[in-house]
Design a protein around this ligand. Structure first.
Ligand SMILES: NC(=O)c1ccc[n+]([C@@H]2O[C@H](COP(=O)([O-])OP(=O)(O)OC[C@H]3O[C@@H](n4cnc5c(N)ncnc54)[C@H](O)[C@@H]3O)[C@@H](O)[C@H]2O)c1
Ligand SMILES: CC(C)C1=CC=C(C(=O)O)C(O)[C@H]1O
Length: 246
């Protein structure tokens, strides 16, 4: 079944890879990001003809932006079947140095955005009787994190919980809600955070000794958004090279 899928924070990194795999699977994709210009550039790279894509500005800190994105998607494609709540910020401040304001900023961007995304898109999907929502959590949300900050880890742990809450709420309406918990994935964010001289140390700590593949994360999401994936909901799918065992 060809679907209409929306991805937040899709101008780069995992979000762009996820949008790319959804597009390659035959779906129409709504590429959203903080900057409309960057969302448009990403949509042009993926779909130069523009036939199966739409670029939108969506600041995940704004509920009004989520509502406007839903409206624009329905206007263009007439439906919305799948949503990937991907956008987040990663800060690496040591826990004892995080100010309350910085803590609030990370929780508000990373966690409240998933809450609002599940509410706004989930309500529409429940009314339509079908939907697939996938939230980007993180290994850091399961094990407390190492390279990332405590606020980031806490924000991602809360996404695992919110995924279960919305899965229970929406299950009877034909809407599934799952999370993906990646460890370090080959991505601009990881390359920026880990200088080349520290990369060997990072890899030595990963049981499979490699970074993860963003396209694989996208392919897993393609599977989770299929109608046939109706029997997995509230789950957190680990993609971490065995790091959770450590
Ligand atoms: N890269 C990894 O190894 C890794 C590992 C585990 C989890 N994750 C998760 O995967 C997701 C994507 O990570 P990434 O590494 O690609 O990140 P990234 O920083 O490369 O990309 C994040 C995207 O989100 C956008 N964004 C930031 N603030 C926004 C806002 N307010 N509204 C809308 N968009 C906004 C950015 O413009 C950017 O395009 C995040 O949720 C991250 O926590 C990534
Ligand atoms: C800081 C970098 C290596 C990094 C590690 C782990 C992540 C995670 O969520 O588990 C990241 O998002 C990431 O950028």
């Amino acid at each position: 079944m060809s679907q209409i899928a929306l991805v937040t924070g899709a101008a780069q990194g995992l979000g762009f890879a996820i949008a790319g795999r959804l597009f390659a699977a035959g779906h129409s994709v709504v590429i959203t990001d903080l900057s409309l210009e960057r969302a448009r550039a990403a949509a042009d790279r993926l779909d130069p003809s523009g036939e199966r894509s739409l670029a939108l500005q969506l600041d995940v800190a704004s509920k009004a932006d989520f509502e406007a994105a839903l409206g624009a998607t329905l206007e263009r494609f007439g439906a919305l079947h799948a949503v990937v709540n991907n956008a987040a910020m990663t800060l690496t401040t040591p826990v004892m140095q995080i100010s309350p304001e910085e803590f609030d900023r990370v929780l508000s961007l990373n966690t409240r955005s998933v809450f609002v995304g599940c509410q706004v898109f989930g309500a529409h999907m429940a009314a339509a009787g079908y939907g697939r929502i996938v939230n980007l959590a993180s290994l850091a949300g399961q094990n407390g994190g190492t390279a990332t900050g405590a606020h980031y880890a806490a924000s991602k742990g809360a996404i695992v919980t919110l995924t279960k809450v919305f899965a229970k709420e929406l299950a009877a309406s034909g809407v599934t809600v799952n999370a993906i918990a990646p460890g370090p994935i080959e991505s601009p964010a990881v390359r920026a955070a880990i200088p080349p001289e520290r990369m060997d140390g990072l890899l030595a700590n990963i049981p499979v000794r490699r970074l993860g593949d963003a396209d694989f994360v996208g392919d897993l999401i393609v599977q989770l958004t299929r109608p046939e994936a109706y029997f997995t909901t509230g789950a957190t799918w680990d993609v971490n090279g065995g790091l959770y065992m450590r």
